[in-house]
Design a protein around this ligand. Sequence first.
Ligand SMILES: [Zn+2]
Length: 463
Amino acid sequence: MTDFTTATASCVERLQDLIRIPSTNPPEDLGGAAGNDPTGGETAAARYCADVLTGAGIGAEVLEAAPGRGCCFARLRATVANPLPPLILLSHLDVVPVEAASWSRDPFGGELVDGIVWGRGAVDMKDMVAMELTVMELLNASGMERQRDLIFAGVADEEAGGTFGASHWVTARPDLFGSAAGVAAAALNEVGGYSMVVGDERYYTIQVAEKGIIWTRLLAEGVAGHGSMPHDANPTIRLAEAVARIAALEPSGTPPPVVKDFFAGLGLADAFAARADSVAAARTLIDARVSDPALRRSLAAMLVDTITPTVIRSGSKMNVIPGTGMGEVDVRTLPGTDQEALLERIRTAAGPDVRVEALHRLPPVEADAAAEIVGLMTDALVQADPQATPLPMMITPGTDAKALATIGIPTYGFAPLRLDADMPFLSLFHGHDERVPVSALAFGLPVLYEVVSRFVGVDGADR
Ligand SMILES: [Zn+2]
């Protein structure tokens, strides 16, 4: 019988410790907050994970794709002959920078106040790192026979695209993500798993898909000159007009079946159906039923390809017309969208004076919502919270799932957390005052352990 009270206490302490290692990405943003490791917080975080695992009797190694960009890999080997392909507990150790002045508490303090752990990474995603470390420890200590390897992969650089993390290691060392039985059967990763309340009902998200990405740059050419003598080739105007036209493009894309089923499960089938005629009509129906503004935006973004201008940069002096201007547009595509065709629409909208370049393109990912492990997640959630309904879903951001997909590993977002209805969970990702209730971890840890032990263990969980 596993003692989850003690395990949850260890998990909370590990989360606090990890938050106190400011593994900010990009590392230049560390400033004076680099903690005890001047070579980079990711390596310090990776060493911390390796120390925890080694202390639990599990061999672990820290690998760096570049100095300071540390990842921690560890493995509990199968105990049977002819094992099945492994399961990966995937996470990223880096966090996004903070604007400390906007926080109520020290973002790297890891404070535990009134049952809530505060700090950068509390939900994205050192909470899951701490839960995964603890599950590794518990499974090892249980003495359970294992029908597959269980791999811990805490990687660097997710927040900047994974060049020094998952993307690097799946290419350089695919063996880290598989065994003699082949590549891993599945990976469990961040984002999905949290509860949400729509109407009076509580739902749990099981993330089986994520949108594709086209990070797009706009380059406006023009003619430099004196601000007192305007002309028709001002790149600031060209850029601003192009951005306005691009932002006003008619929404495109067809939501995949998982989104249709998710909306139906939430009682929002009418909003999904309305999308065929008008995205605005769908939004109205969503807004009428869902109170959390971030959840409203998330649901609306599941229905379309989104085109979001984020950066406009042109000129540097009041009385100088610049020669060029630059803009950036964050484009997120549904599964099934032809990214090249969408880029062509953006080019047409930008017009002849603004060049459009795709800086970084990644396809959407979709895993099998009917896979055995999704059934285990559903069972574990229903067992732990019989009143709630688990639902497979697609997220709108991207994760390291994209890197693992390139070597054929399906990744599921499953960081189970039971949250109060008033918790603005989705706003905490990359937000100020990032925090997580201990009660959410106390709920999630046994659920995660149940799924892992039933998938990896020969006899299932030791209930
Ligand atoms: Zn994350």
